[in-house]
Design a protein around this ligand. Structure first.
Ligand code: GLY
Length: 314
């Protein structure tokens, strides 16, 4: 098989002055993953390498530079899944891992379990050679200011609407960044895999887990259907188990391109959700779609390399 790699880096109303950083970020992620694929490396190594690059890039809501939760801390979630064996590794609500996807990979490869959260996840990661850091090391001034402004605006809005219940939809309008990152790939052996990593939503309650690290919600891979990674507002995506929903459409004989767009229609129409998705099948056919104004994406095949912030917008 000829390898294929597709990555995303967030779906939202990205302003013009952030476009270049996002495109550079997804291009760097493509370069890292492709290096693995072109030397005949495994698809899991490729998606992990791509996601690590974006976790290390402060542009994105993953790893260092992620959104802060209500307490001013970074809490990260990640999942990686192997389409050949259906093995998966996930971490949730980790606070001391600069690269949660590396810990997720260790769980996939070296644990009988699939999912670790919080301190247990960090302990497992450290015991298996992953680097730990302080939570402060993951926090950047941009995000401290971002949280301060958000909480101030929220306080003012709640005061103005003190007689009515807060509207969760308004709190996460598409204008608010969702820079969750992800990658899907096909290797020379015909195997596909997916990985997704996130800092979740701005001002989230401590302990809140989004879609990204849940199998079938923010990430899924099965050689018999598709590899899928989503980005966007996690709660609606979780309710639809959207990654598995999309992979099932591919298994039913639909093209990944169609399935990706249908998933975005379904997300909007069924639960008023917003976000983006990348889909890849074991024949190398892919789809990229979003129902937000922009989504950072990149792709590489043996014939082409592209990156952008708009694709199949609905
Ligand atoms: N999609 C990321 C999150 O909602 O946590």
């Amino acid at each position: 098989m000829n390898p294929v790699l597709v990555v995303h880096g967030g779906a939202w109303a990205m302003p013009d002055d952030m476009v270049e950083a996002h495109i550079n970020g997804v291009r760097n992620a493509i370069a890292a993953g492709w290096k693995v694929l072109e030397r005949g490396g495994s698809v899991l190594d490729a998606v992990e390498a791509s996601v690590v690059i974006m976790e290390d890039d402060e542009t994105f809501d993953a790893g260092r530079g992620s959104f802060l939760n209500r307490d001013g801390k970074v809490q990260l979630d990640a999942l990686i899944m192997d389409g050949a064996t259906l093995r998966a590794g996930g971490v949730g609500c980790v606070e001391r891992l600069p690269n949660p996807v590396r810990a997720a990979r260790k769980i996939l490869s070296e644990s009988p379990h699939v999912y670790f959260v919080g301190e247990g996840a960090e302990r497992f990661a450290a015991e298996h050679g992953c680097e730990l850091c302080r939570n402060e090391d993951l926090i950047i001034p941009r995000e401290v200011e971002h949280l301060r402004r958000y909480q101030q605006e929220l306080g003012q809005r709640e005061k103005a609407q003190s007689d009515s219940a807060p509207d969760g939809n308004n709190l996460f309008a598409p204008a608010v960044s969702h820079d969750t990152v992800g990658a899907v790939a096909l290797d020379r052996n015909g195997n596909i895999a997916a990985a997704t990593s996130t800092g979740g939503t701005l001002n989230k309650a401590p302990g809140r887990l989004g879609d990204s690290s849940l199998i079938g919600c923010g990430c899924y891979a099965n050689n018999e259907s598709a590899a899928v990674s989503t980005t966007g507002w996690g709660e609606p995506i979780m309710k639809l188990v959207l990654a598995k929903w999309t992979a099932d459409r591919v298994a039913a004989g639909n093209l990944p391109e169609w399935a990706a767009q249908e998933a975005m229609n379904y997300l909007k129409q069924r639960v008023n959700g917003h976000g983006g998705i990348i889909v890849l099948d074991a024949q190398g056919q892919f789809g990229i779609a979003h129902n937000t104004p922009r989504m950072a994406w990149g792709l590489k095949t043996v014939k082409t390399e592209e990156a952008g912030v708009e694709r199949n917008t609905i």
